[in-house]
Write a protein that binds this ligand. Structure first.
Ligand code: GLN
Length: 568
C-alpha cells in the first residue's frame, strides 16, 4: 500500500480538496447568479421590481438554509456526507436551470409566460438553495478542522480557500456570463451545472485526505440518515412554492416584505434566542467572550454584504443599461487561438493536475516534480484566464468577474501585508479590519454614482472603467473582512457548535441578500417588454438619476456603519 503523504506545498492536502470542490461549487453558484437578474428581466420579462424580489428571496434562502445544513452536520451527518448530499442536489438544480423554455411574450397586451418551464425554474432554485445549505457551511468547516486550533497556518489556509472561492467566481462570470448572454441562457446555466459535477467528482476522489475529520461523533443508523435526506427533499416543495409565490406577488407581508424575508427573520430570532441561552448557560467566561466577539463580527458582515450584493443586482442592471462593456475595446478580437476553449481546458487541467500531483507525492514523497506539475498547470490557468478576460467581448453578466479577479490578485498582497504587520505587532484587530471593510465598501459606490451622473448628463453610456474602479475598492474591503471572518468563525466558536455558527455567518449574508434586493428596488426601472432604454431619452435620464440616488445612499450607509464600528 502507498502511504498517504499529508502535506502539499505547506498545507494539508485536504485543503486543496476543499479548494477545488468549493471552486467548482462557487463556479456553478456565481455563474448562475451572474445571469439570474438579467434572465428574469430579459427572458421571463418579470420587470425590475419582481426581478429584484426573486433575486432577494432566492439569495436570502440560499444563505439561510446553511443554518440547518450546518446544524444537521454538527449533530448527525458529519460534514463529509453533508457535502456530498449538497453536491448532488446542486447538480440537479443546475441541470434544471438549463430548461429555459419559451421567452415571455406580450399577446394582446397580456404578458404570456411559459409556466411549465417556470415551474422547473422554481424547483431548480429550491434544489440549489438546499444544496448550498448542505454543502457550503460544511466544506468551510472541514477547512477549519484540517488545522489544529493553534496552527499558525490557519489564517493563510483560509485565504487559500477564499482564493478558491473566487477562482470559481472568476471563471464562472467569464464562462457562464458570456455563454448565457451570447449563446443562450441554457448554455450559461448548463455550463454552471457541468462545473458542479466536476466539483463533486473532485470531492469524492479527495475525501481520503480528510482523514475522518469530517465524520459524525456517533455514526448514524442508515435509516436515520435517510430520514434526513428525505426530509430535505420534501423541504424542496415549500421552497419551490415560496419562489412561485414571490414571482406571483402572492403572500406579501406589509411594507413590501416578502414571505421569504419574514421566514428569515424568524430563523434569525430563533438563532439569537438559542445564542443567548447558549452563551449564558453553556459557556465558560472565556468562551462567552469569544462568542460575543464573533457575533459582532457577524453583524458587521451583514452590513458589508448588503452593499456587496448590489454587484449582482443593481450593478449588473446598471452596467447592462448605462455603461460601455469592453474594458479595452481594441483588444476585443477574434484571435488565432479562440478564447473560451483554452481557458476552459486549462481550468479542467488545474484540478486534474492536483489529483496527479498528490498521488505522485504519496508514491514518491521526496520528489519535487509534483509541485512543479501542479504549479505549472495552475499558472497556465491564470494566464488563459487573464487573456480571456481581456479579449472576450464582455456582457453585463460576465463583468461580474471583476470582483473575483481583484480578489484573487489582492489575496497574496493582503496575506503578505497582514504577515508583515504581524511581525511588527501592528496587525489591526479583527474589528478594525471589519470597519475598514465597511469603509471601502462605502467608498466603492462613489465611482458608480459618478458614472450614473455622467450617463445622465451625456445621454450616452458612461465608461466601464468606473465599474472597474468600484470593484477594485470594494475588493479591498472584502479582503479586510470576509476571509478574516470565515477563519474567526472556526476559531472563536465553541467547537461543538461550529456548524451552527458557520450557518449563522451565512445567515447574516441571507439578510444582506434580501436587504440588497430591497435597496436595489430604489432603482427599479420598468421598461415595457424587457426592452432597452433609448439613449438621450427622458427614460434614460430618469433611470440614471435613480441609480445615482441609490449609489450615493449605499455610500452613506457604508461610511456610516464604518464610523459606528470604529467607535464601538
Ligand atoms: N464570496 C463569498 C462566498 O461566496 C461570500 C460569502 C459570504 O459570506 N457572504 O463564499
Amino acid at each position: 500500500a502507498v502511504s498517504i503523504n499529508n502535506d502539499f506545498l505547506g498545507h494539508p492536502k485536504g485543503v486543496y480538496v476543499c479548494f477545488f470542490t468549493e471552486m467548482w461549487e462557487r463556479f456553478s453558484f456565481y455563474g448562475m447568479k451572474a445571469l439570474l437578474l438579467l434572465y428574469l428581466i430579459k427572458h421571463h420579462k418579470f420587470g425590475d421590481a419582481l426581478g429584484y424580489d426573486l433575486l432577494g428571496a432566492y439569495g436570502g434562502l440560499v444563505y439561510c438554509i446553511p443554518v440547518f445544513g450546518g446544524m444537521l452536520a454538527d449533530r448527525y451527518l458529519g460534514m463529509r456526507k453533508a457535502v456530498i448530499f449538497g453536491g448532488l442536489l446542486l447538480v440537479a438544480g443546475h441541470v434544471g436551470m438549463a430548461f429555459e423554455g419559451e421567452a415571455a411574450q406580450m399577446v394582446n397586451g397580456v404578458m404570456v409566460r411559459d409556466e411549465g418551464s417556470l415551474n422547473i425554474f422554481y424547483l431548480s432554485l429550491s434544489l440549489i438553495i438546499m444544496g448550498v445549505g448542505f454543502l457550503k457551511p460544511n466544506i468551510s468547516i472541514i477547512v477549519g478542522k484540517l488545522y489544529a486550533p493553534d496552527d499558525p497556518r490557519r489564517d493563510s489556509g483560509f485565504s487559500l480557500f477564499y482564493a478558491g472561492i473566487n477562482m470559481g467566481a472568476l471563471f464562472a462570470s467569464i464562462v457562464c456570463g458570456y455563454l448565457g448572454l451570447t449563446r443562450g441562457w441554457a448554455w450559461g446555466f448548463g455550463a454552471a451545472g457541468i462545473g458542479m459535477v466536476l466539483g463533486l467528482i473532485q470531492f469524492l476522489w479527495g475525501q481520503k485526505y480528510l482523514h475522518g475529520l469530517a465524520e459524525p461523533d456517533r455514526p448514524l443508523a442508515r435509516s436515520t440518515e435517510w430520514k434526513i435526506y428525505g426530509g430535505a427533499v420534501l423541504g424542496l416543495l415549500p421552497l419551490a412554492a415560496l419562489m412561485w409565490a414571490v414571482a406571483n406577488g402572492a403572500f406579501k407581508l406589509p411594507g413590501d416584505i416578502s414571505l421569504a424575508f419574514g421566514l428569515m427573520i424568524l430563523v434569525m430570532v430563533g438563532v439569537l434566542v438559542w445564542f443567548m441561552w447558549f452563551i449564558l448557560k453553556q459557556c465558560t467566561q472565556v468562551q462567552r467572550h469569544q462568542m460575543i466577539s464573533l457575533m459582532i463580527l457577524i453583524a458587521m458582515c451583514l452590513v458589508f454584504f448588503t452593499l456587496y450584493e448590489q454587484t449582482y443586482g443593481s450593478w449588473v442592471a446598471f452596467t447592462d443599461r448605462l455603461l460601455t462593456k469592453d474594458i479595452v475595446p481594441s483588444l476585443v478580437i477574434q484571435s488565432a487561438v479562440p478564447p473560451l476553449p483554452w481557458s476552459i481546458i486549462s481550468l479542467l487541467l488545474a484540478p486534474l493536475s492536483f489529483v496527479v500531483a498528490s498521488s505522485l507525492s504519496d508514491r514518491y514523497p521526496a520528489s519535487s516534480a509534483p509541485k512543479w506539475l501542479f504549479g505549472g498547470a495552475f499558472a497556465l490557468m491564470l494566464v488563459f484566464l487573464v487573456r480571456d478576460s481581456l479579449v472576450l467581448p464582455q456582457t453585463a453578466g460576465s463583468l461580474t468577474y471583476l470582483g473575483a479577479m481583484f480578489l484573487v490578485l489582492l489575496a497574496p498582497i493582503f496575506t503578505g501585508l497582514w504577515g508583515w504587520l504581524g511581525k511588527r505587532n501592528m496587525n489591526p484587530s479583527k474589528p478594525v479590519k471589519s470597519a475598514l471593510g465597511l469603509m471601502f465598501a462605502g467608498l466603492s459606490f462613489i465611482p458608480l454614482a459618478l458614472a450614473a451622473q455622467q450617463a445622465g448628463i451625456s445621454g450616452v453610456e458612461a465608461s466601464v472603467w468606473y465599474l472597474v474602479m468600484g470593484y477594485f475598492i470594494l475588493e479591498l474591503g472584502e479582503m479586510c473582512l470576509s476571509p478574516v471572518g470565515l477563519s474567526a468563525v472556526t476559531q472563536l466558536s465553541v467547537p461543538r457548535v461550529a456548524g451552527l455558527m458557520m450557518g449563522t455567518w451565512f445567515l447574516a449574508t441571507a439578510f444582506s441578500e434580501t436587504l440588497a434586493a430591497l435597496f436595489g428596488k430604489v432603482a427599479a426601472i420598468e421598461i415595457a417588454d424587457g426592452g432597452e432604454l433609448a439613449r438621450n431619452s427622458v427614460e434614460w435620464t430618469a433611470a440614471a438619476a435613480k441609480y445615482e440616488h441609490l449609489f450615493w445612499m449605499m455610500m452613506w450607509i457604508g461610511l456610516g456603519f464604518a464610523a459606528l464600528a470604529m467607535v464601538a
